[in-house]
Design a protein around this ligand. Structure first.
Ligand code: DGL
Length: 241
């Protein structure tokens, strides 16, 4: 089992940032990356649709003998991680959570942060509960299909700058920004530039990678230190309705 791969999935390319962090931290592991392109974007789907799609990804990866699955998607994590864990009780399932808590801890006394998420994450109970712990100092904002827009414009990402400016103009005085969707890592430079480089940007990717390493080492499932790592990439082609 220690030699088995680790599955990582997202609706598309967003989870690649999480994969990169995992590879850096666990260079001897072999990864299988699954992009659920057929069902992208998750953010504008109903909770039931997201659960179905995410469960299908987890099932695909576990059927490829993955020893652990990383849900490299905030939307699928808040919506489906409990169901996936219930389905695969004894297996390691790691989620990607918006870094609301670390950001809130580091906020200045009177400062506030903005958490940019997908519409589905915004509506989820888990995210609502998380935001409620911050006493109004983390303001959630959702932009429908921004993730899809990013996915479609990766080769010319600066094209998204006017939209980013429009989104953040009402929050010019924010002290920090939380990227609550793995796709948004691709626009972190545009956001940073909007704030003149004077803002701290948080995402949950590093935290997820560390949690993965911790869980694997706890169960003695880390690959041998001599083994070369690697990644295989897959994409879905069948839509789940
Ligand atoms: N990348 C996903 C996330 O972290 C969702 C993108 C989508 O809407 O498909 O939330």
């Amino acid at each position: 089992m220690r030699e088995n791969p680790i599955g990582v999935f997202d609706s598309g390319v967003g989870g690649l940032n999480v994969l990169t962090k995992c590879e850096r931290l666990l260079p001897n592991e072999r990864f299988i990356y699954l992009a659920d392109e057929a069902n992208m974007p998750y953010g504008s789907k109903s909770a039931a649709q997201i659960k179905l799609a995410a469960e299908h990804c987890a099932e695909t990866l576990f059927s490829m003998n993955c020893k652990a699955v990383v849900i490299a998607c905030n939307t699928a994590t808040v919506t489906a991680i409990d169901d996936i864990r219930a389905l695969y009780g004894s297996r390691t399932v790691i989620g990607l959570e918006p870094a609301v808590k670390p950001c809130f801890r580091e906020l200045g006394k009177s400062g506030y942060a903005v958490a940019l998420v997908t519409s589905a994450t915004y509506r989820s109970n888990k995210f609502e509960r998380l935001i409620a712990t911050c006493g109004g100092r983390v303001k959630p904002i959702a932009r429908p299909d921004l993730a899809k827009f990013i996915e479609d414009n990766l080769s010319d990402i600066e094209k998204i700058a006017p939209l980013i400016h429009e989104i953040f103009t009402p929050y010019k005085t924010a002290e920090a920004v939380i990227l609550g969707c793995s796709h948004y890592t691709y626009i972190s430079k545009i956001i940073s530039d909007f704030y003149g480089g004077k803002i701290k940007i948080y995402d949950g990717a590093e935290g997820a990678a560390q949690r993965l390493r911790y869980c694997l080492s706890l169960s003695d499932m880390l690959a041998p230190a001599t083994r070369p790592g690697g990644v295989r990439f897959y994409s879905t082609f069948k839509r789940i309705d």
